[in-house]
Design a protein around this ligand. Structure first.
Ligand code: NAI
Ligand SMILES: O=C(O)C1=NCCCC1
Length: 331
């Protein structure tokens, strides 16, 4: 009889943390995607506008992996008003050879949080200046915290400014991060100033209106835009595309529909053929993508890929099994 492994959020939290191993796992996933051999269908996304919600289903088959994940991931962005997290969900692993159900990872969105922050770290590793030390984080939710933590693992971060439209939440996030990361993190109410003074800017909100303006960007900056992962979300002024020197999407077929590129195409600041040679390079070791000059403005557009989910789910299951975590049930 087939056996199914069940892993809970607390078991998965013990198995996987935001650290060099998680970053390596996601970097390898980007490398696999860049190889062209990964099978990754478009995201199945359902909007529930009435409740400011969405549900995303993501998956990918990676040759050489014994399993593939299918992830069901809700994002309900009014949840914090009622004391619930915006994102939740679960991942399911199937055998690549037979399609048989193998494991259910009841992570409540934890693995998505980690893989997304790790993707931000990979972007900075290849696209931010090696001496980048000042960060501007736009937003004060879950990803704002994790993205800064991830940057501290790959760059010599000394200080950060958190901007949030809700000042109290921005101040709390800044205080929390100062204490947990041991770097100076302050709240900044002036977003233009915070962006212009940063070496790395990370946008982490579901905003539908641009927050970061093109004329705030400066030579040598790296921007990761990871909050805009749906057609209606838009954190960057489309004019930013006219000033960035290097544009790297996690997957162009996604960013042209769901990411910042989508809005730049509509506004005409990027054309359909925009940076075609660059889109063949993903933020990964194998493709050789990296910042080429300290003066370049680089932009990484992250919409979240199924290959990240298969990578983190198989990694989590392997780590959990190494300590005999979880329960096995016969199905
Ligand atoms: N690219 C990817 O792989 C992933 C993208 N996301 C996206 O990242 C974004 C943030 O996710 P979480 O941190 O989990 O959410 P969260 O709800 O914990 O944090 C969102 C933050 O943005 C703020 N915010 C909401 N609407 C805003 C607006 N119109 N203008 C300015 N600030 C606004 C909130 O007050 C909060 O500080 C979401 O859009 C989510 O869909 C999340 C996970 C993966
Ligand atoms: O899978 C993802 O990536 C996301 N799902 C729901 C909303 C947040 C991002």
């Amino acid at each position: 009889m087939p056996t199914l492994k069940i892993l809970t959020e607390s078991e998965l939290r013990q198995a996987v943390q935001l650290n060099a191993d998680a970053i390596e796992c996601i970097e390898s996933a980007f490398a696999a995607l860049a190889s062209g051999e990964v099978v990754m269908p478009p995201i199945l996304s359902m909007a529930i506008e009435e409740f400011n919600g969405e549900v995303d289903v993501k998956t990918a088959y990676v040759p050489g992996f014994e399993s593939f994940a299918i992830k069901m991931s809700p994002g309900f962005f009014d949840n914090p008003k009622v004391g619930l997290p915006s994102t939740s969900g679960l991942m399911v692993l199937f055998a690549a050879r037979t399609g048989m159900l193998e494991a259910v990872l009841l992570d409540n969105g934890y693995l998505t949080d980690i893989r997304t922050a790790a993707a931000g770290a990979v972007a900075a590793r290849y696209l931010a200046r090696s001496d980048a030390e000042r960060v501007c984080i736009v937003g004060a939710g879950r990803q704002s915290r994790l993205q800064l933590e991830a940057l501290c693992l790959v760059r010599p971060i000394q200080s950060a400014v958190v901007w949030a439209r809700n000042h109290d939440r921005g101040k709390s996030a800044a205080l929390e991060l100062s204490e947990s990361l041991g770097v100076s993190v302050t709240f900044g109410s002036d977003l233009k100033k915070a962006v212009s003074s940063a070496d790395i800017v990370v946008t982490t909100t579901p905003s539908a209106d641009p927050l970061v303006m093109a004329d705030w960007l400066c030579a040598g900056q790296h921007i990761t835009s990871m909050g805009s992962d749906q057609a209606h979300k838009n954190e960057l002024d489309p004019g930013c595309f006219a000033v960035v020197d290097r544009y790297v999407p996690d997957r162009r077929s996604q960013t042209e529909k769901l990411g910042e590129l989508h809005h730049a195409l509509e506004a005409g600041t990027a054309s359909v053929g925009f940076n075609i040679p660059r889109t063949r390079r993903h933020c990964c070791r194998q493709s050789g993508e990296s910042v080429e000059s300290d003066e370049e403005i680089t932009l990484c557009d992250l919409t979240g890929t199924g290959v990240q989910d298969t990578a983190i789910a198989t990694f989590a299951r392997m780590r959990a099994e190494a300590v005999s975590a979880g329960i096995d049930i016969e199905v």
